[in-house]
Write a protein that binds this ligand. Structure first.
Ligand code: AMP
Length: 326
C-alpha cells in the first residue's frame, strides 16, 4: 500500500516521496484512512514508528481542503522537545499557506505572540504555555476541528490532566480527537474515553516491548564499579553515538562531569537546563558533533534521533515503559 492508496492526494504522496518516505509505516497504514474520514482514534504507538506522520499527513491534507483562516488544529505534547519535533515535521509536510507554530514554555513569549497575532492554522503546544496564552485571550479554540493528544500517557504522568481538561473544555464539542499513547495500561484507556467518541483503535508493536532491531545486554555490577564500567564501554570504538540515562538530574550532572574530565565529547540534557541549552545539546548530538549525551527520562522523552548506536541505562528505569522509550 502506498500513500495514495491510503487516500492522500497526489501532491501529498509526492511530497512524502521527496522527503524520503518511500512507503507508509504500519501505524500510518492504519491511521491515515481513518483520520481522513474524520473518525476519532486511540493509537498505541511509540516514537520512532512514524506516528507523527500518521496524524499530521491526513490532518494537513484536510486543513488544505477546507481551508479557513485561524486555528483549526491543536496538537498537545508533554515536552518542549517533542513539541518542537512535531513542529519541524509539520513544516516539512505543509504546503505553502498552511501555518504552524509551537507554543512552549522555557522560552520568551515574543515570537510566539507574534505568530499568534498573524494567525496560525496548526498549533502545537505544551499544556502550561497554552493555558498562559488562553488566559491572555491570545488563543481562540472555538474554530477547532481536530485535537491531537500526543504521548498522552506522559502528559498524565506529568500531572497535566487538569490542564488538558481545561483545554478540552475550550474546544468545540463537535471535533475530531486523536489520542496517542505509548501504552493504554492502568487508567489511561478510561481517561482516553472521556475525550474521544466512537474511536477506532490503531496499534503497532505489542505494548511494552522493545523494538526487535535492538540488541540488549545487562551487566550485573556493584555500585562502585558502575563508573569504571561505563568508561570502559565508552572506550569501545563502535559506541559512536551514545545516549546515557540517569534517574535524577544530579546523577546526569555527575556523569556528565566525569565524562568531561575524561575528555569525552559529551553533553547533558535535563529539566534544570535552560531551553536553549537543551536545544543546543540535542542539535549537536543529532548532527553527530557530540558523541555522548547524558539525559533524564523527562528531558529525553519522545526524542527521535537517527543513528544512536547505544543506549546505556546507567540507572535502572523506574517504570518498564521508560525502558522501552529509552
Ligand atoms: P515518529 O515516530 O513520528 O517520531 O517518526 C520517526 C522518524 O521516522 C521521523 O524521523 C520521521 O521523519 C520518519 N518517518 C516517518 N514516516 C516515515 C516513512 N513512511 N518512511 C520513512 N521514514 C518515516
Amino acid at each position: 500500500m502506498n500513500f495514495k492508496e491510503l487516500g492522500l492526494r497526489a501532491e501529498m504522496a509526492e511530497m512524502c516521496r521527496r522527503i524520503g518516505f518511500s512507503e507508509p509505516t504500519p501505524i500510518q497504514k492504519q491511521a491515515i484512512p481513518v483520520i481522513l474520514e474524520g473518525g476519532d482514534v486511540i493509537g498505541t504507538a511509540e516514537t520512532g514508528t512514524g506516528k507523527t506522520g500518521a496524524f499530521l499527513l491526513p490532518i494537513i491534507q484536510k486543513v488544505g481542503e477546507n481551508y479557513r483562516p485561524g486555528t483549526t488544529v491543536l496538537v498537545l505534547a508533554p515536552t518542549r522537545e517533542l513539541a518542537l519535533q512535531i513542529e519541524t515535521e509539520c513544516r516539512k509536510f505543509s504546503p505553502k499557506g498552511i501555518t504552524c507554530t509551537a507554543l512552549i514554555g522555557g522560552t520568551g513569549y515574543g515570537k510566539q505572540t507574534q505568530a499568534l497575532k498573524k494567525g496560525v492554522n496548526i498549533l502545537i503546544a505544551t499544556p502550561g504555555r497554552l493555558i498562559d496564552f488562553m488566559e491572555q485571550g491570545m488563543v481562540n479554540l472555538k474554530g477547532l476541528t481536530t485535537l491531537v493528544l500526543d504521548e498522552a500517557d506522559r502528559m498524565l504522568d506529568m500531572g497535566f490532566l487538569p490542564a488538558i481538561k481545561r483545554i478540552v473544555k475550550a474546544c468545540p464539542e463537535k471535533r475530531q480527537t486523536l489520542f496517542f499513547s505509548a501504552t493504554l495500561a492502568g487508567e489511561i484507556e478510561y481517561i482516553a474515553q472521556q475525550f474521544v467518541k466512537d474511536p477506532t483503535y490503531v496499534e503497532v508493536a505489542r505494548r511494552g516491548t522493545a523494538a526487535v532491531t535492538i540488541e540488549q545486554k545487562a551487566y550485573p555490577v556493584a555500585h562502585q564499579f558502575k563508573v569504571p564500567l561505563l568508561l570502559d564501554l565508552l572506550s569501545k570504538e563502535d559506541f559512536d553515538r551514545v545516549l546515557i540515562f540517569t534517574r535524577t538530574k544530579r546523577g546526569a550532572d555527575r556523569i556528565a562531569h566525569i565524562l568531561e574530565k575524561q575528555e569525552h565529547n559529551s553533553n547533558k540534557i535535563h529539566g534544570d537546563r535552560s531551553q536553549s541549552q537543551r536545544e543546543a545539546a540535542l542539535a549537536s548530538f543529532k548532527k553527530g558533533k557530540t558523541r555522548v549525551l547524558v539525559a533524564t527520562d523527562v528531558a529525553a522523552r519522545g526524542i527521535d534521533i537517527d543513528a544512536v548506536s547505544h543506549v546505556i541505562n546507567y540507572d535502572v528505569p523506574e517504570a518498564p515503559e521508560d525502558y522501552v522509550h529509552r
